[in-house]
Design a protein around this ligand. Structure first.
Ligand SMILES: *[C@@H]1O[C@H](CO)[C@@H](O)[C@H](O)[C@H]1NC(C)=O
Ligand SMILES: *[C@@H]1O[C@H](CO)[C@@H](O)[C@H](O)[C@H]1NC(C)=O
Ligand SMILES: *[C@@H]1O[C@H](CO)[C@@H](O)[C@H](O)[C@H]1NC(C)=O
Ligand SMILES: *[C@@H]1O[C@H](CO)[C@@H](O)[C@H](O)[C@H]1NC(C)=O
Ligand SMILES: *[C@@H]1O[C@H](CO)[C@@H](O)[C@H](O)[C@H]1NC(C)=O
Ligand SMILES: *[C@@H]1O[C@H](CO)[C@@H](O)[C@H](O)[C@H]1NC(C)=O
Ligand SMILES: *[C@@H]1O[C@H](CO)[C@@H](O)[C@H](O)[C@H]1NC(C)=O
Ligand SMILES: *[C@@H]1O[C@H](CO)[C@@H](O)[C@H](O)[C@H]1NC(C)=O
Length: 806
């Protein structure tokens, strides 16, 4: 009774404490820096977007352009309207960029700059402004570009220099002030095949379409755009091809003839001097038709009102981020920026293309840019489930609809195309995660279950992009043989170790769904198959490390550890792959998704031997018991170069100490990586952000949570704030994690004891019910590991072998 009251009154208390702790002037947008992760391989998209928005506009550079813009010395080639964030693949989208020039030298059209190589201009560093819903930059041409967006439309405001500064120096003659804005039939990766563009001589409207290729997948897609201008009287219009422009023709078509190079081509509109030196350009986008691109623009931005579009975008972000509150007392601005920017990046993608899917007719939502689920199932989607469960449910519905219409769930998907599968069929994990967390919102779980069973039972025809490969061997031998003989589908025969261990976890996730849906026999079957990882464990294999910097492998030093996952052949014998391969110590780049890649994906067997999210209890026994397990895990973290935190499968290894009864070590190691590897600088990500994977891992960790995605379990460490709270936007219930003895210098990072809703609680983990029911988890902290908290066998987080049926 007392506890119920406490829970019932809690929202009020949170409200009060916030008023006290956060200044009334606190604006979450002040703590978001979209430029974090725009250097050093983060590939973050830093431009203007709404949460899950299809329109994503930014200035595009010409160096490290995966996210469009990067913080480097690259030149700016244009301003384009759609992007993906954090990709490890090629550069996505970036179609139909605009570029604005003050005038053409000697008023000769052919003296303006058309192809991106010629028009590329240096940026003025100090003028770059990146904010949620807004991006601005000034080029050395003195032209300033600002941009904001709605869901399917980008709005640009170009400001021209009043003094007629020439667009490029040096130049002979004069450049009369008569702005020219072009639209280029290009995309960031140069993948265009057929396309068409036209300009209306009376209105200046430039519209068109093109066929392009996805950045990490197969097939192609068509995109349509529609650009209207406002702010100056139209003077002339025309097209350009290569570096020549003309006024006679008002449209141009390109073809992929298999021979000619992809010519720079596009259309332009030239204007009389604008009254206030500004011209607005509104670009509507659609995957359906030019007409729909135009109507999207007219509907969403009828008045070209830049300031109101921008402030609506800001409000949309404030609203989305309002479900999480922190007491920021004592916490540095830098850590707060790291935190909120991480959540912000998590909400950039997947992108809501509902109403824009030309591939099939459906009343279901359609989201795209699952880029990739291998990366995002671990923390991006679990964070979305906490911040915006409705959106997460819509994403699950859209994935199930992909299964309905394309026959398989995707592991990666972008630009309406099938993307490459990196290991397992990890949409299984994602569906299980949402299923176990009770998401409904109209989700057809029966079909969802059918979809994951299809992954487990029916080999993907092209399993490079759908489902799994090697299912015959999986079912009969219980592992993916390194020399697999597989004629049921088509795919890349590498990664036999990491595929085996990922398929094991996929099957575990299916077993959990089967258990929940009452398919008892299936649950037994997939639970059994989830133990298949053991079939690739070779207890006698050892690892030699390059600790002395020699070129000669035979002189490497034995690590002292025995027993790793190893290649295994059809005939049952083991092969050998040095467990340290694909770490910084030995051939880091040897394990990508390409022919000749090794038997593990983007990491070595050192890492994958730990990758058993569902049955740590068995793994710990296999590796010699809790002490030996902890010793090996610490050795990995402590040996420079052996562990790389910049790839998503690594996250689990920071928190696995929990399963050996040492949750304090998880906190300790996590603090080694935040902020040293995840921080608020432009180079502040250790790897590609991958649709907010790095951002969500950082934010969740700073809230004291590691979701064991695919299970109803969150491992708990002390948050980086005195207190954090989560309000379920649907029920209004609030769950709070509060630190007692918090110190902002982070010496008190060890939980001494805990209370859940006032009652002693001895587990270092919670289930999603904590967030659904609301309540208070109170953690009392100290400067030393307390060996009594979270250590008892009964208090350990669940494992398949110990807890599946109870
Ligand atoms: C501009 O900023 C980039 C990083 O964003 C830096 O690499 C470059 O040196 C800067 N250029 C100048 C001229 O300061
Ligand atoms: C702007 O930058 C480009 C690329 O570096 C250069 O070619 C051009 O001369 C510069 N223009 C001005 C006005 O400085
Ligand atoms: C963008 O789309 C979302 C999802 O359909 C919708 O909730 C939101 O209101 C839209 N935003 C604006 C500014 O129209
Ligand atoms: C500019 O003048 C120089 C020297 O007179 C000449 O060599 C060059 O071709 C001229 N450039 C243009 C663009 O007219
Ligand atoms: C692009 O538009 C043209 C003209 O309307 C049309 O003929 C063509 O089929 C369109 N291309 C695609 C890929 O839809
Ligand atoms: C061992 O490490 C050194 C750098 O410490 C490197 O130069 C060398 O190539 C490595 N040896 C091998 C075989 O990778
Ligand atoms: C099993 O197959 C592997 C790979 O073809 C081969 O190297 C090995 O010698 C075979 N072992 C036996 C016992 O036949
Ligand atoms: C920030 O993170 C980057 C990437 O992991 C790292 O290289 C850098 O040293 C970190 N900076 C600070 C100040 O910790």
């Amino acid at each position: 009774m007392h506890i119920q009251q406490l829970v019932a009154y809690w929202p009020l208390l949170v409200g009060l404490s916030q008023a006290a702790d956060q200044q009334p002037s606190f604006d979450v947008l002040d703590y978001i820096d979209p430029l974090i992760g725009t250097a050093n391989g983060g590939h973050v998209f830093p431009g203007a977007t709404l949460p899950y928005g299809m329109a994503k506009s930014v200035a595009d550079g010409n160096e490290e352009i995966q996210g469009g813009y990067a913080s480097n010395d690259g030149l700016i080639t244009g301003f384009s309207h759609m992007h993906d964030s954090g990709t490890g693949g090629g550069a996505s989208l970036g179609n139909f960029p605009l570029f604005a020039q003050t005038g053409c030298l000697n008023d000769d059209l052919n003296n303006c700059y058309y192809p991106s190589t010629l028009r590329a201009s240096a940026k003025i560093n100090e003028t770059v402004v990146a904010k949620p819903g807004y991006f601005a930059i000034q080029l050395n041409t003195s032209v300033k570009a600002e941009m904001t967006v709605t869901n399917h439309t980008a709005l640009y405001r170009f400001t021209f220099p009043t003094d007629g500064t020439p667009t490029k120096l040096p130049a002979n003659g004069t450049t009369p002030y008569s702005p020219l804005i072009l639209a280029d039939l290009a995309d960031l990766s140069g993948s265009r095949t057929d396309s068409i563009i036209s300009v209306d001589a009376h209105t200046g409207r430039i519209s068109g379409n093109g066929t392009f290729r996805p950045s990490f997948g197969i097939g192609n897609y068509n995109l349509y755009f529609c650009t209207d201008f406002q702010g100056a009287k139209l003077r002339n219009t025309g097209i350009f091809v290569n570096n020549r422009a003309g006024t006679d023709r008002k449209s141009f078509r390109t073809y992929d003839d298999g021979q000619s190079p992809i010519l720079p081509a596009g259309a332009w509109a030239q204007f009389h001097p604008p009254a206030n030196n500004q011209i607005l350009a509104r670009v509507g986008l659609s995957f359906i038709s030019t007409a729909q691109a135009c109507s999207n623009a007219q509907k969403e931005i009828p008045n070209f009102d830049f300031e109101s579009v921008r402030s609506d975008a800001e409000d949309a972000w404030r609203k989305k981020l309002s479900t999480i509150k922190v007491d920021n007392t004592g916490v540095s601005d830098s850590l707060q920026r790291t935190f909120w920017s991480g959540i912000y990046r998590t909400l950039i993608s997947p992108q809501d293309y509902t109403g824009e899917n030309p591939l099939w007719k459906s009343n279901e939502p359609y989201f795209d840019s699952y880029y990739c689920i291998w990366d995002s199932f671990r923390s991006t989607h679990p964070l979305l489930t906490l911040v915006d469960p409705h959106a997460q449910a819509m994403m699950i519905r859209s994935l199930i609809d992909v299964y309905r219409h394309e026959g398989k769930l995707p592991d990666c998907r972008m630009s309406l195309c099938k993307g490459f599968t990196q290991g397992g069929s990890n949409a299984d994990n994602l569906l299980a995660d949402s299923y176990l967390k009770g998401l409904t919102d109209g989700i057809d779980w029966a079909t969802g279950y059918e979809a994951v069973v299809s992954d487990a039972e029916v080999e993907g025809q092209i399993w490079t992009v759908e489902g799994r490969g090697g299912l015959q061997s999986w079912k009969t031998l219980g592992y993916i043989p390194t020399d697999d003989w597989d004629f049921s589908g088509y795919g890349l025969f590498t990664r036999s170790i990491s595929r085996t261990i990922e398929y094991s976890y996929n099957d575990f996730c299916i077993a959990e769904m089967a258990r929940g849906l009452g398919h008892h026999a299936d649950a037994e079957k997939y639970l059994k198959r989830s133990g298949n990882w053991k079939n690739m464990y070779d207890p006698t294999s050892r690892s030699k490390l390059n600790l002395t910097g020699t070129q000669d492998y035979s002189l490497f030093t034995d690590s002292g550890f025995e027993g790793f996952l190893q290649p295994r052949y059809l005939n049952g014998t083991f092969g050998f792959q040095e467990p340290a391969i694909c770490t910084d110590l030995y051939n880091f780049n040897g394990c990508y998704l390409n022919p000749g890649g090794h038997e593990t994906y983007e990491a070595g067997s050192w890492l994958y031997t730990f990758y058993v999210p569902h049955d740590q209890a068995t793994l710990i026994t296999t590796l010699g018991g809790p002490d030996a397990f902890v010793r090996r895990l610490e050795f990995m973290h402590n040996t420079p170069g052996l562990f790389y935190i910049g790839d998503e499968q690594a996250y689990l290894l920071v928190y696995e100490f929990h399963y050996a009864g040492r949750p304090g070590l998880s906190a300790e190691y996590l603090h080694r990586y935040i902020p040293s590897a995840f921080n608020d600088t432009t180079a502040g990500l250790p790897g590609n952000d991958d649709s907010g994977a790095m951002g969500s891992f950082t934010a969740l960790s700073m809230m004291g949570l590691y979701p064991m995605s695919g299970q109803n379990v969150y491992l708990v460490i002390p948050p980086f704030f005195p207190e954090v709270s989560f309000t379920d936007p649907r029920s209004g219930k609030t769950a709070t994690i509060r630190n007692i003895n918090f110190d902002a210098g982070y010496s008190n990072i060890y939980i001494q004891s805990a209370k859940l809703n006032g009652k002693p609680y001895n587990k270092a983990w919670v289930t999603h019910n904590f967030f659904l029911d609301g309540g208070v988890l109170e953690l009392t902290l100290g400067p030393q590991e307390n060996t009594k908290f979270g250590t008892a066998q009964a208090d350990l987080p669940p494992s398949a072998s110990t807890h599946f049926w109870n």
